[in-house]
Design a binder for this molecule. Structure first.
Ligand SMILES: *Cc1c(COP(=O)(O)O)cnc(C)c1O
Length: 418
């Protein structure tokens, strides 16, 4: 592929010429530390996060409850900023709750709107919380869950989605980028198929937002949600975002009737009468400390722009894929991501029988922070805002060293690797 550095010297050249290299300084990076390839699990800390959080702490101390005059409108403003990042026009994105809770709220709202239909279509290889939330809803609401058996490496074929649709499907709920393989789903194609069959779409974009270009508006997507602590760098447990297409907002009712969704919230009226817009998908008081961290996390992405980030991400991933083929495949590894580069998102999966032990050794020896996914996958995510070409090159060399070390065959202690 064009623009992929051929050797380490070429990686150094690519870093010198990289227009995005300057963004690394906007993150707190220990240059002597391991190479961090786990930004798809928890993004690095932006320098600006500390000041943003410290400001809210000062406001809280100084203004006490009066701080709400400023804080109350923060969510809508930051929601629109996230909207810009995912290709949504104003008034369609809100920050609230966790991705899991938003999946529940949006899925139930969609099922209520398609009350005569009994089937939810999902992916058997989707992220666990997506499957669990859908299982719970199906059990409570008497729906049937139809799970497609996608290829674990290649991902879900939109043609298979189209084939599984019939006039009993109420909702298609899928991830935009598979959390394991990094396989990308064509949201426009799936949405067109779902709409042809009279179903609504709900996309989990936790591994997609900030990693791949998204145009929720032009894709026609109905509903979406995603977390902010992966590629959006907002820190552990930061609030999730949700998207509801403008034309659907008044028709849908989410199941958790909280006062933050209420029209004229402070009138404290006797009955629930929700807002007309995106605010009706809110429930309760948001974490203001979390919200300002979202703002700090997404600003570098907006400034760098998604097209520029995506151009670099594709080169980083292509370099990584090539080095995996050259260095790790001879050591028994296998790329467990789509063969077609055009179907790859921001991270790659590398399968190896000793993947777990390798991940432990890489972290223990301070070499690389990957992450491990059962049963045998190392996920490697170069993040264009702060990962260099040279780091990708060196990381694969370090993984190769560990895979070639007899210690990788010795049992390693159990536990979370990252
Ligand atoms: C990370 C991730 C989540 C996280 O959900 P939480 O409710 O924030 O724990 C959900 N879905 C997908 C696809 C993810 O990758």
């Amino acid at each position: 592929m064009d623009g992929v550095p051929a050797d380490r010297a070429a990686c150094e050249d690519a870093d010198r010429l990289d227009p995005l290299a300057k963004y690394r300084e906007q993150f707190l990076v220990d240059e002597a530390g391991p190479i961090y390839l786990d930004g798809n699990s928890l993004g690095r800390q932006p320098v600006a996060a500390r000041a943003a959080v410290a400001t809210v702490l000062s406001e809280w101390r100084r203004d006490l409850v009066g701080g709400w005059e400023r804080w109350i409108s923060l969510g809508a403003r930051i929601g629109d900023r996230v909207g810009t990042l995912v290709g949504a026009a104003r008034g369609q994105v809100a920050l609230s709750d966790s991705t899991s809770v938003n999946l529940y709220k949006l899925a139930v709202a969609a099922l209520d709107a398609r009350g005569d239909r009994a089937v939810i279509l999902g992916d058997a290889n989707d992220f666990p919380t997506v499957r669990y939330v859908l299982q719970g809803i199906a059990r409570r609401e008497g729906h049937r869950l139809r799970l497609l058996d996608s290829d674990p490496a290649e991902g879900l074929d939109p043609a298979a989605v189209r084939q599984a649709l019939d006039d009993d499907v109420a909702l298609v709920c899928l991830s935009g980028v598979n959390y394991r393989s990094g396989a990308v789903l064509d949201l426009a194609e799936v949405t067109a198929a779902a709409h042809d069959a009279g179903a609504l779409t709900l996309f989990d974009l936790s591994h997609a937002a900030g990693a791949v270009p998204l145009q929720l508006g032009t894709a026609g997507a109905d509903l979406a949600t995603g977390c902010t602590y992966k590629y959006l760098n907002a820190g552990p447990g930061s609030p999730a975002w949700l998207y509801v297409r403008k034309g659907l907002q008044r028709e849908l009712r989410q199941p958790i009737w909280g006062w933050w969704g209420q029209r004229d919230q402070f009138a404290m009226g006797p009955t629930y009468d929700p807002e007309q817009g995106i605010e009706r998908f809110l429930v309760g008081t948001p974490s203001i400390l979390g919200l300002v961290a979202v703002a700090a996390g997404i600003e570098p992405l907006l400034e760098a722009t998604m097209p520029a980030l995506w151009a670099k991400a594709q080169r980083l991933v292509a370099l990584l894929a090539r080095r995996v083929e050259e260095r790790l495949v001879p050591l028994g590894a296998r790329l467990a991501s789509p063969t077609d580069p055009a179907r790859r998102g921001g991270h790659l999966a590398v399968a190896h029988p000793q993947a777990y032990n390798a991940s432990r050794l890489l972290v223990e020896r301070g070499l690389v922070v990957p992450d491990f996914r059962q049963p045998d996958v190392l996920r490697l995510a170069p993040v264009p805002l702060y990962t260099s070409f040279t780091e990708v090159y060196d990381a694969v060399e370090r993984v190769a060293t560990v895979l070639a070390d007899p210690a990788v065959r010795r049992p390693q202690p159990k536990g979370r690797t990252t």
